[in-house]
Design a protein around this ligand. Structure first.
Ligand code: GDP
Length: 533
C-alpha cells in the first residue's frame, strides 16, 4: 500500500483555460487518447459513425474503473523513461465550462487546481475569455503552461505569438519545444532542452497517436532543410534573450513553458503530458483561516468548489464537487462540515466517481470527488476530519452582466426574499442592493448570463415564485468606498450598490464612461475587481 505522500507526489491537477473554439475539447480527447483511456479520437471533430467522446469515456469507466464526470477527468499516465515498476502519474483535468455556460463557476474551478494550461489558437492569439481566466490564475498564483494549438493551420509566427503574450499580459513564454515548419506546415518539434528533433507522422483523421521519430540536429537538418535552420535560429535567439525554461520563475508565475500543438492531429500532446508531469507542481498545502497550513499529508480536508442544483422541481438533487486538500478520502467516511459543525456522510460519493462503483474507494489530495444529496454545501465550504480546519471562502469574481429581478406578483414577497437569500448564500449569483431600488428589486450581478437563468428557474421550482429579469445597461463594475459613493451617484451612467458581503460596487454603462469619470475625478476610489476576497 502506498502512503498519502506517495499518492500526492504522483498527482497533477490542472485546468485548461481557453476561449471557445481554441480546441479544449479536442485536446482533452487527445490527452485521453495518449493516456490510453480511449483507443481512438475523432468523436469531437465529428467523424460519422463514432461514438461520442463522453460515452467512450463511460465505456472506459465501466471497463477500467476510471473516474469520470463532466467536472473532472482522471487518468493515469506513464511518461517515457519511467519504468513499468513505477506507479504512473495521476492526472486530474478539471473542466472550465465555457461557451454559453461561462459563469462564476468557471472561475471557481481555478481555486481547485494547481496549474493551468493556457490553450491558444495559433491564428487568433490571446482572446477575451482566455485573458479573463488568466487574470484569475495570476491573482491566485497558479503557474501557467502555454500551448499554441492548431499549428497545422495557417496562423501567426512563433515570435509574434511570444511577443503578444509577453507584451499584453506580462507573462514571458519560454518555449520547451519550438515548431519546425510554419503554421500550416507542422512537421515536428525542436526539443530546446536536448537539441533533438521530434518528427511527427499524421494518422488517418488524427484518430490515433501520431508516430514520432526522434533524431539529432544533423539528421533533422538533412530532413527538414531550411525549416530546421529557421527553427534552430529562432530558438537560439530566444536563448540569447533569456527565454529558456526556469522552474523557479515558472512557479512564481513570471514565465510560462510553451509548447506548440495540433490537438486534432495529436502532435505535441505527449509533450504536454510529459511537461505536466515533469514541471507542474504536485498538490501543496493550503493555508486556513487562522493562517496555519494544512499539509497534504495531514488528516482529511477538502474544499467545495462547485455545487449543481437540479433545476427540476421533482428532482431536488444537489451535487457538490470537492477538491481534496489533505489526507486520504474513503467512500462512506463521515466528515465534518466546517460551516455548520454538522457531520456529513459521504456514502453516496461513489455515484459520480464512475459507474464501476466497486473500483474507486479512495481519493487523495488533488482529486475531485462529487457528493450527492449535498443540500448543506456551498462553494467555498470546508469538509474535514479532526483536527478542525476551515479554509478561506472562495472570492467573488468581477461580474459583467447586471439585471434587476422582481417577482411578478407582490403577494409572494416572503418566499422571494427567502429564495434570494438562499441563492445568494450558495453563490449562485452576486446580489446587489441600494436604497433607490429597494429590497423588492435587487440587482443580480453575474459573470455569465446563464447564472440569471439558474436564479429564475430555482426560484420557481424551489420557492414557487415567478420572477422577471430586466437586463440593466451596465457592463462593468469597480470597487469603491463610502467617500466616493455620493459623487459617483451624481454621475450619469453610474450607480452604486452594496453587495451582500458589504463591498461597495459602482456599475458603469461602458468603459468610456468609466474612463471619463476617472479622468474628471481622479480622487475617487475605483478599483478593478479581478477577484475580491
Ligand atoms: P473548444 O470550444 O475549445 O472545446 O474547441 P473544440 O475542441 O470543439 O474545437 C473547435 C474546432 O476546432 C473544431 O472544429 C475542432 O475540430 C477544431 N480543432 C481543434 N483543434 C484543432 C487543431 O489542432 N487543428 C485544427 N485544424 N483544428 C482543430
Amino acid at each position: 500500500m502506498s502512503s498519502v505522500a506517495d499518492e500526492v507526489k504522483r498527482r497533477r491537477t490542472f485546468a485548461i483555460i481557453s476561449h471557445p473554439d481554441a480546441g479544449k475539447s479536442t485536446m482533452t480527447e487527445a490527452l485521453a487518447l495518449h493516456a490510453r483511456m480511449i483507443s481512438e479520437a475523432g468523436a469531437i471533430h465529428g467523424k460519422a459513425g463514432r461514438k461520442s467522446t463522453v460515452s467512450d469515456w463511460m465505456e472506459m469507466e465501466k471497463a477500467r474503473g476510471i473516474s469520470v464526470s463532466s467536472t473532472a477527468l482522471q487518468f493515469n499516465y506513464t511518461p517515457a523513461g519511467w519504468s513499468d515498476d513505477d506507479e504512473p502519474a495521476v492526472i486530474n483535468l478539471v473542466d472550465t465550462p465555457g461557451h454559453a455556460d461561462f459563469s462564476e463557476d468557471t472561475y471557481r474551478v481555478l481555486t481547485a487546481v494547481d496549474a493551468a494550461v493556457m490553450l491558444i489558437d495559433a491564428a487568433k492569439g490571446l482572446e477575451p475569455q482566455t485573458l479573463k481566466l488568466f487574470q484569475v490564475c495570476r491573482h491566485r498564483g497558479i503557474p501557467v503552461i502555454t500551448v499554441i494549438n492548431k499549428w497545422d493551420r495557417p496562423g501567426q509566427t512563433p515570435l509574434e505569438l511570444i511577443d503578444e503574450i509577453s507584451e499584453r499580459i506580462g507573462l514571458t513564454p519560454t518555449p520547451l519545444y519550438f515548431p519546425v515548419g510554419i503554421a500550416g506546415d507542422f512537421r515536428g518539434l525542436l526539443d530546446r532542452r536536448t537539441g533533438r528533433y521530434i518528427h511527427f507522422t499524421r494518422t488517418a483523421g488524427g484518430a490515433k497517436i501520431a508516430p514520432e521519430e526522434i533524431m539529432d540536429a544533423e539528421a533533422a537538418a538533412a530532413r527538414e532543410g531550411d525549416e530546421w535552420v529557421a527553427a534552430s535560429e529562432e530558438s537560439a535567439l530566444l536563448t540569447e534573450m533569456g527565454q529558456d525554461h526556469d522552474q523557479e520563475l515558472f512557479l512564481a508565475g513570471e514565465t510560462s513553458p510553451m509548447i506548440f500543438s495540433s490537438a486534432m492531429l495529436n502532435f505535441g500532446v505527449r509533450q504536454l503530458l510529459e511537461t505536466l508531469v515533469e514541471l507542474a507542481p504536485a498538490p501543496a498545502g493550503r493555508t486556513d483561516l487562522d493562517g496555519t497550513v494544512r499539509e497534504p499529508t495531514d488528516p482529511f480536508s477538502a474544499v467545495v468548489f462547485k455545487v449543481q442544483a437540479g433545476m427540476d422541481a421533482s428532482h431536488r438533487d444537489r451535487l457538490a464537487y470537492m477538491r481534496i486538500v489533505s489526507g486520504e478520502f474513503e467512500r462512506g467516511m463521515v466528515v465534518t462540515h466546517a460551516q455548520t459543525g454538522k457531520p456529513f456522510a459521504t456514502k453516496y460519493a461513489q455515484a459520480v466517481f464512475g459507474r464501476d462503483r466497486s473500483t474507486v474507494d479512495t481519493a487523495y489530495p488533488g482529486d475531485v470527488v462529487g457528493l450527492v444529496n449535498a443540500t448543506a454545501l456551498a462553494p467555498g465550504d470546508t469538509l474535514f476530519n479532526d483536527p478542525r480546519v476551515q479554509f478561506p471562502p472562495i472570492p467573488s469574481f468581477a461580474p459583467e452582466h447586471f439585471s434587476s429581478l422582481r417577482a411578478t406578483t407582490a403577494d409572494k414577497y416572503k418566499q422571494f426574499r427567502k429564495g434570494m437569500d438562499q441563492l445568494d448564500s450558495e453563490g449562485v449569483v452576486q446580489v446587489l442592493r441600494n436604497d433607490l431600488r429597494g429590497d423588492a428589486s435587487p440587482v443580480l450581478a453575474a459573470v455569465g448570463p446563464m447564472q440569471f437563468e439558474v436564479v429564475t428557474a430555482r426560484l420557481k421550482s424551489e420557492f414557487n415564485v415567478d420572477t422577471v429579469i430586466d437586463p440593466l445597461g451596465y457592463t462593468l463594475a469597480r470597487r469603491t468606498d463610502a467617500e466616493s459613493a455620493d459623487e459617483l451617484n451624481r454621475q450619469r451612467g453610474v450607480e452604486v450598490f452594496t453587495r451582500t458581503d458589504g463591498a461597495l460596487l459602482a456599475l458603469f454603462s461602458d468603459k468610456w464612461r468609466l474612463q471619463y469619470i476617472e479622468k474628471e475625478h481622479p480622487d475617487l476610489t475605483l478599483e478593478p475587481l479581478v477577484a475580491t476576497a
